[in-house]
Design a protein around this ligand. Sequence first.
Ligand code: PXL
Length: 279
Amino acid sequence: MKMAVPKVAAINDLSGLGKCSLTAAIPILSVCGVQAVPMPTAVLSNQTAFESYTGIDLSMDMPMIAAEWKKRKVSFDGIYTGYLSGVSQVEWVEQFMQEFANPQTKIFVDPVLGDEGVYYRGFGDEMCQAMKKLCGKADVITPNLTEVLFLLGKKADLKAESQNLEQIRNYAKQLSKLGPKTVIITGVSQGEKIWNIGYSAKEDSFFEVSTQKTGEGYSGTGDILTSVICGCMIKGESPQKALKKAAAFLQASIEEAVEDKTDPNEGVAFEHHLSLLFD
Ligand code: PXL
């Protein structure tokens, strides 16, 4: 008999255009054989890097959704958080974890704060401090290098920092001291390569995957990477194997977007490569 379909609460925004957050998480978790139970934090016309957007914040609705889930006695195999709209949502998510996580629940926090050395629109130091606390509740965190530097209170000088992989390994280890057993620093650009650098606190060991750099930065690539890692680890795969699969899937999707000359704000062609992840 097949094992029951595991459930993951996916706490993230729903953006119409940009193939990020929930529009990446839901199909990827499904193809991994995991049920995404979405808790939308906001509904947006498109992700915020386009020249304009419109959105509705769902902070007022999230507690009501959670209350209904409570009535249904839902049990989650995983809780996966991504883009949160502000400090109060981060604090609410902490409470949600307290209420819905059991000892078996794996918690994935993608501490979405910024990229390319700068904060995303509307975020700053206060959001960073809240996110740092949330990372303390996680089993796995997947910051990009900008987020690593913000979380460690360092100047986000990406050009200088991305050159020193030994230093980045050290940062991964430092971040694990906040609480997470696994830290994966994603998308470190160095010359012709993109590095993803993992650290496992339990084994005190590092694991890394590098891919060939193609094209510029595309929307949603971090969300795609974390979603694959989440889906694979919920199915019992090791962080090492999950990262390998995620990087290969992402590379294939990016290569197609480059070939198609896709607007980076639109995201990558992951739909054509989902078979790489088939459960
Ligand atoms: O991919 C991260 C992300 C998620 N959600 C929204 C965003 C972004 C990055 O810009 O704007 C709404």
